[in-house]
Design a protein around this ligand. Structure first.
Ligand code: F6R
Length: 240
């Protein structure tokens, strides 16, 4: 595990350079992507690097971590919509190579199909993650088993509360999501966890310095042999 502490701006640039380097070496990479506030700066940098000709996503395949149950891809808060608006529409990726679990009609078979397509695509070259204030990764909430795979989950109250900022009221925040599991995430060749802001300083301490435990899903990432954690100064402020 490497913990890299910088400003948010510099973290975004350093992570963007990781992608530029990877895609130069391996244009047909498989990328695991995340949504939420955290990766927005990184995605802007990737778009800049694409526009400057430094990188192409033409042969890249992507898999997103999760999607809200009940939201269609046209819903402005759906993660498919987020990915199209904040990244895919601005780069040369073939939309057919982008995978976001569907929030409509998701059932056990849809979960199995998503997991199978992940496995068939080969190991993800980089899995990008953000961290919930309760330690979740993807929508794997506290006490998710280590061997979990793609499935439908009930969102923790803390998660719905944290994400209500994107909706007009808490009642509109979906109660369930489809998410890759911890074991789906751990199969990646490399994991990059990005965490910003003072509100996550306490959970970052548990993730980085605590014993790996399913009570704090992010702490299980310590068991991965190629993990880079990018923090801003505020998120790192409790590391001592
Ligand atoms: C998003 C995801 C979530 C977020 C986490 C942090 O696809 O899987 O685990 O990464 O909730 O969200 P932000 O970045 O909005 O603080």
């Amino acid at each position: 595990m490497r913990v890299i502490i910088n400003s948010q701006e510099q973290s975004n640039e350093l992570v963007a350079m990781e992608y530029v380097k990877l895609l130069k070496d391996k244009p047909a990479s498989v990328l695991g992507l995340a949504t939420g506030s955290t990766p927005l700066g990184l995605y802007s940098k990737l778009i800049e690097h694409y526009k400057s000709g430094a990188v192409s996503f033409k042969d890249v395949k992507t898999f997103n971590l999760d999607e809200y149950i009940g939201l269609s891809s046209e819903h402005e808060q759906s993660y498919r919509y987020f990915m199209n608006k904040n990244l895919f529409e601005h780069i040369d990726i073939d939309l057919k190579n982008t995978n976001v679990p569907s929030g409509l009609g998701a059932d056990e078979k849809a979960c199995e199909d998503y997991e199978r397509s992940l496995i068939e695509a080969g190991e993800m070259d980089i899995q990008l993650l953000g961290l919930g204030t309760n330690g979740h990764i993807g929508f794997n909430e506290p006490l998710t088993p280590f061997d979990s795979v793609t499935r439908i989950v009930k969102l923790a109250d803390a998660t719905r509360e944290a994400n209500k900022r994107f909706f007009s009221s808490i009642d509109e925040v979906p109660t369930h999501a489809i998410t890759m599991g911890i074991s789906s995430i751990m199969r990646a060749k490399k994991i990059i966890l990005m965490v910003f802001g003072a509100a996550k300083a306490e959970v970052v301490k548990q993730v980085v310095m605590g014993k790996p435990t399913i009570a704090v899903p992010g702490s299980l990432l310590q068991l991965h042999n190629n993990l880079d954690i990018y923090l801003d100064f505020e998120a790192a402020s409790r590391l001592g």
